[in-house]
Design a protein around this ligand. Structure first.
Ligand SMILES: Cc1cc2nc3c(=O)[nH]c(=O)nc-3n(C[C@H](O)[C@H](O)[C@H](O)COP(=O)(O)OP(=O)(O)OC[C@H]3O[C@@H](n4cnc5c(N)ncnc54)[C@H](O)[C@@H]3O)c2cc1C
Ligand SMILES: *[C@@H]1O[C@H](CO)[C@@H](O)[C@H](O)[C@H]1NC(C)=O
Ligand SMILES: *[C@@H]1O[C@H](CO)[C@@H](O)[C@H](O)[C@H]1NC(C)=O
Ligand SMILES: *[C@@H]1O[C@H](CO)[C@@H](O)[C@H](O)[C@H]1NC(C)=O
Ligand SMILES: *[C@@H]1O[C@H](CO)[C@@H](O)[C@H](O)[C@H]1NC(C)=O
Length: 814
């Protein structure tokens, strides 16, 4: 990931370079271009494919001295065979994702201008070429080319194993692949402190044993060895009659057969990874969640893991509409279109309680009536909170996660709810929408929502990549249900083992064989295959509205009562704040700075302005007194107007799951790399020698990772403000500088409300700067704008100079 991250940043520079070429035509364009690089992907692979994208900058660090063997594809994006091969290579990457510490995949587009030299340096003459670079390859190694390699995943996997077995030096993370013997097994538990020893009995020509060994290389407390059918001692001792078959072997010669539906690689790997005591290496030990946690924390709500809960869906709506959207003070353009679609799909298909449906309908009709190009969030918020007090209309405040509870506050929750919500919506659309409706209706709404608002930006980019790649294929509501299911599984595959994974809810290819054994089957070549005829009815039933459980839901009457109280408190608060404001303005006539900034936002109408000012008061008076981290299952104290007023912004500040995820995700492979230091494999001496290098490499990666911004300047600025993860998401990088600026100002204001006491002195300084009329952000923005405008000027100057020269040249021609 760190490597990919490096590549992503360099893509950013590449793209700004291509932008430079366009300068003469659109000088102003340059400015946008510099700030928001276009998301277009060159080449056949994207960073979502779990394939290292090679380029002249990273090639050395990836291929030379790597602790893992690397298989690299040299392709040309124009070559038809390469295009045809790319889906196979991508599936291969997903298929052997768990092998990464031992063998990783890379690809390079030799048709790209900047790579041409590099490809000729590797003596590439035809495309696609696959090359194997063994671990610790020299910088000048050209790799070994695979001659006439197979064009299917299984064949490629076998060829990779062949090379792995014959390579020297051995990658330190690669477990032994050779067959074991009775003698070795006898002494195994004396020298190894491992809970499970899995023996896969197979014919010599079978690769399953080696594949499963590699599939489990990132897991602790389990060791897998293959036993050949010719190993008579063991075969007779365990009474093995079927090949392949898998046995668990324990000290003192006890053994049991591993129970699986089908004797095939996928089923073995899945079952072994879920054995008791088996954990991903490098992960903290499992915390047992079934015991209730502290009273200060949210109480754990027991739930059935194979059910959908309405409490999660309502929490998701609350979080998405009241927290995620709140980051956008003004919603316009594509974002507004996305919002309208999202609400309209919810109104049509959300299987909610009557009060919630009434609320969704009122939001929907309000949005449909907004003919202007933009809306303010404050105005939307009034509808969400039912300020007009329509009867039986409410969206419960706060979140109560049930099926989406995480074992820690930063795990699961909202993104889990988001997936669940959209699975439910696609299923509802299939079962209720009349013929002739757009089969992609729900998926497009999801795609737009994710693109415009979903706070986890890397997630949004990956999701957009998937949507761009294959959403066109959806041609029925059934295929929409299946599309979302299979893309969700792709995400599960990609992030399995990442730090954002809850150890108690490991990412699996879902549904598991336990949940739906009929969903899993194998092809003729014994490769795992989903039985879609079974998966579809399973999904239809699992996410059907009639099976959604209503446990832990707040009573409707309670919800409505709370809403009434909240509105009353708000009115009262407004009045009080207006009075307070009046007295303050009387005392301090020179207080206009804050108001000015607010005015500069958008003209939010007089009412909203007072609201904003009140929030100011509330924020000053009672910072952070409200619910923390979205833990609102406890009845919220509504009475205090100050708290009520600070709430909107407070929420925006507390976005736990996303913050956690964004910060952690890039480290996913670093964990993997560290982990193999702990493993006890083949040549110990070699491992010792290697470990220093591994560490060196890991360190190097951590440093590499630091610059971090995959998403360009927007995020860098954000990080500068120390608010990573709060990045309000704008419709696909189409922000203009002015809006960015306003957002930053607003954020600076928000930041000001919630500084902790330790930072009070800092705030004091900020205030003093403010009183002169400039904030630090103002100043740095000035500098940025100044730089941008001078670049624009240079660009225009060059453009006109060029034109003049051309004209002169023409004129001087006879
Ligand atoms: C659009 C989107 C993109 C994301 N992209 C990323 C990303 O790039 N990187 C990242 O780190 N995180 C990403 N996330 C977050 C990540 O997918 C998980 O949501 C999060 O890690 C919480 O995981 P979870 O264990 O709660 O299970 P989730 O994956 O959130 O799944 C929730 C529940 O849905 C069910 N489920 C699981 N798989 C399927 C399936 N295939 N079909 C139907 N139901 C299923 C299970 O019951 C599961 O508990 C993304 C989330 C969303 C909504
Ligand atoms: C690879 O390792 C060798 C010896 O360990 C060292 O001399 C060389 O500089 C390393 N190369 C790279 C690219 O790190
Ligand atoms: C491995 O298994 C042993 C024995 O059950 C257990 O004590 C240990 O905690 C397990 N290791 C991990 C990392 O869970
Ligand atoms: C309760 O919380 C405190 C502090 O957060 C912690 O030290 C303690 O171990 C927790 N107790 C339990 C039973 O989780
Ligand atoms: C959970 O739900 C499944 C499916 O409805 C059911 O078969 C199972 O018994 C439930 N488990 C518990 C513990 O209630």
């Amino acid at each position: 990931m760190a490597r990919r991250l490096g590549r992503a940043t360099s893509r950013f520079t590449e793209e700004t370079q291509t932008c430079h070429k366009r300068i003469p035509a659109f000088a102003v364009w340059l400015c946008f271009c510099l700030v928001f690089p276009p998301a277009a992907e060159a080449g056949l692979y994207s960073p979502s494919d779990q394939i290292i994208l090679l380029n002249p900058e990273n090639v050395e660090s990836v291929l030379a001295n790597s602790t893992a063997a690397i298989v690299a594809e040299f392709y040309a994006s124009w070559c038809g065979h390469c295009v045809a091969f790319s889906p196979v290579y991508k599936s291969l990457a997903r298929d052997i994702k768990e092998w990464k510490p031992a063998v990783d995949l890379a690809a390079i587009d030799c048709a790209a201008q900047q790579n041409i030299k590099l490809c000729s340096a590797y003596s590439i003459t035809g495309y696609p070429t696959l090359k194997f670079f063994h671990a610790y390859s020299k910088a000048d190694s050209k790799g070994e080319a695979y001659k006439a390699f197979p064009r299917d995943v299984q064949g490629l996997r076998h060829r990779i194993i062949d090379k792995l077995e014959n390579q020297e030096p051995w990658p330190p993370a690669c477990p032994p692949l050779e067959p074991t013997s009775q003698a070795e097994i006898d002494s195994f538990f004396e020298t190894n402190n491992v809970q499970h020893l899995a023996l896969i009995f197979e014919k010599a020509s079978s690769y399953i044993g080696r594949e499963v060994t590699l599939d489990l290389l990132q897991f602790e407390n389990v060791t897998v060895r293959r036993v050949l059918s010719t190993e008579q001692d063991l075969v007779t001792k365990l009474g093995v009659t079927e090949f392949p078959s898998c046995y668990l072997y324990y000290p003192k010669g006890n053994f049991t057969r591993l129970k699986v539906n089908i004797e095939a690689r996928h089923f073995y790997s899945y079952a072994l990874q879920r054995l008791p005591g088996v954990v991903r290496s490098g992960r903290p030990p499992l915390v047992h969640i079934d015991h209730p946690t502290n009273s200060t924390e949210e109480p754990w709500r027991p739930f059935n893991r194979s059910r959908v809960y309405m409490a999660d869906l309502e929490s998701t709506l609350h979080y998405s509409l009241r927290v995620e959207l709140a980051a956008h003070s003004v919603i316009r353009g594509n974002a507004l279109v996305s919002l309208k679609k999202y609400i309209s799909v919810l109104t049509k298909y959300f299987p909610g309680r009557p009060v919630v449906m009434n609320l969704l309908r009122s939001v929907d009709s309000w949005l449909q009536n907004q003919s202007g190009g933009e809306i303010t969030y404050e105005a939307l918020r009034k509808i969400l909170d039912n300020s007009a007090q329509s009867p039986d209309t409410a969206l419960p405040e706060g979140v109560r996660w049930v099926g989406c509870q995480g074992s820690q506050p930063h795990l699961r929750r909202f993104p889990c709810g988001m997936w669940t919500l959209f699975h439910v919506l696609t299923v509802q659309a299939k079962s209720t929408s009349p013929r002739g409706t757009d089969p992609k209706e729900v998926l497009s709404a999801m795609r737009n929502y994710v693109r415009s608002f979903f706070g986890c930006r890397p997630c949004a980019e990956h999701f957009e990549n998937m949507a761009r790649e294959s959403m066109v294929e959806v041609d029925s509501t059934s295929s929409a249900v299946l599309w979302l299911w299979s893309r969700h599984n792709r995400v599960n595959n990609r992030i399995a083992g990442a730090l954002s994974e809850d150890p108690n809810f490991p990412k699996i290819q879902w549904p598991s064989p336990e949940m739906c054994s009929a969903c899993h089957t194998v092809r003729d070549n014994r490769e795992h295959k989903w039985n879609k005829e079974q998966v579809l009815p399973f999904l239809m039933s699992y996410f059907s509205s009639s099976r959604i459980l209503t446990d832990y839901l707040e009573d409707e009457s309670q919800v409505l009562a709370k809403q009434r109280e909240a509105i009353a408190a708000q009115k009262h608060g407004e009045r009080r704040a207006r009075e307070a404001l009046d007295s303050v303005t009387h005392l301090l006539p020179s207080q206009p700075t804050v108001q000015e900034e607010e005015e500069e936002e958008e003209d939010e109408g007089t009412q909203d302005e007072t609201m904003a000012d009140e929030e100011e008061e509330g924020g000053e008076g009672a910072p952070a007194a409200d619910e923390m981290g979205g833990k609102t299952s406890e009845p919220t104290p509504w009475a205090k107007p100050e708290m009520e007023l600070g709430r909107g912004r407070q929420r925006a500040h507390n976005r736990p799951s996303i913050v956690g995820m964004r910060m952690r995700e890039p480290q996913e492979d670093i964990v993997d790399l560290d982990s193999f230091v702990n493993q006890h494999y083949k040549a110990k001496a070699l491992r010792l020698a290697a470990s220093s290098r591994v560490k060196q490499r890991t360190l190097q990666r951590k440093v590499e990772q630091e610059p971090g911004p995959v998403f360009g300047l927007g995020m860098e600025m954000d990080a500068g403000l120390g608010m990573v993860g709060l990045q309000p998401v704008e419709a696909d990088f189409d922000l203009d500088v002015g809006r960015q600026r306003k957002r930053l100002q607003k954020r600076e204001l928000i930041g000001q409300y919630y500084v902790e006491e330790a930072e009070l002195s800092h705030r004091g300084r900020w205030m003093s700067v403010l009183s002169i009329g400039f904030s630090k952000v103002d100043i740095s923005l000035c500098v940025i704008l100044y730089c941008l405008s001078s670049m624009c000027l240079v660009a225009m100057y060059l453009f006109f100079k060029n034109r003049l020269r051309l004209r002169r040249a023409k004129v001087s021609l006879p």
